[in-house]
Design a protein around this ligand. Structure first.
Ligand SMILES: C[S@@+](CC[C@H](N)C(=O)[O-])C[C@H]1O[C@@H](n2cnc3c(N)ncnc32)[C@H](O)[C@@H]1O
Length: 211
């Protein structure tokens, strides 16, 4: 099993991640802003984790589906559904969205803190998948960590759970070149900063794109 999948299958880690994110959803203000840009009600949350953002979309009236390649994350997301039919969740690798969904079906694509786990050489496949499933003029939220060292890897300890971790960083120009290649229009770019690693805050680049 690859390092990233192993990390997100760890039941202890998933339990803590779920508690943290359902109690303190960090992106819901932005999600509400993003939701106002959408022209229809179908959204996909790519790398949805335990589903806090997919639940928020559903609560705002959207028909939402969350996909994640971690069975443990999707099991947790489903466990909170009770009698609800919306959102839906599926175990799926984001590299496969093109083959698993019909074309032009989503008004909004939300990919929060997830595509940074895709190796640089495979990001084209994910962007191709997003192009395929998004309606014309549909909107995409996607974010990456900015960095000069292109791969960040090592042992991490969060919530007292030690695990191997790996993520792929991008320069602004390199990721913009990818968006250009896939004909996405950049509607907005903003940065935010979280935590500190080796004395440096983590720099996030957040994008609203339009197909
Ligand atoms: C940092 S969490 C983000 C979860 C949620 N989107 C959020 O913002 O809190 C990253 C998620 O991406 C998922 N993920 C990583 N690589 C993936 C892939 N290739 N396909 C689907 N999900 C993936 C992980 O399982 C994990 O749930």
């Amino acid at each position: 099993m690859n390092i990233i999948k192993k990390e997100y299958e760890d039941p202890d880690f998933v339990k803590h991640y779920t508690e943290e994110n359902f109690n303190n959803p960090k992106m819901h203000d932005k999600l509400e802003e993003f939701a106002k840009l959408l022209n229809g009600n179908k959204v996909i949350d790519i790398g949805c984790g335990p589903g806090h953002d997919a639940y928020k979309f559903a609560d705002l009236g959207f028909e939402a589906i969350g996909i994640d390649f971690s069975k443990e994350m999707i099991k947790t997301a489903n466990s909170m559904l009770d009698d609800r039919k919306n959102p839906k969740f599926e175990v799926m690798d984001m590299l496969d969205i093109k083959t698993n969904f019909e074309t032009n079906i989503f008004d909004g694509v939300w990919a929060c803190a997830s595509v940074l786990f895709i190796p640089h050489e495979s990001v084209d496949l994910v962007l191709e998948g997003i192009t395929s499933v998004t309606k014309d003029n549909g909107m995409i939220y996607i974010c990456f960590k900015e960095g000069e060292n292109l791969i960040s890897t090592g042992l991490r300890n969060k919530y007292g759970v030690e695990r191997e971790h790996k993520e792929y960083l991008w320069s602004e120009q390199a990721i913009k070149n990818k968006f250009k290649k896939h004909n996405f229009k950049i509607v907005k770019l903003w940065r935010n900063f979280t935590g500190k690693k080796r004395g440096q805050p983590t720099r996030w680049m957040n994008f609203y794109l339009q197909k």
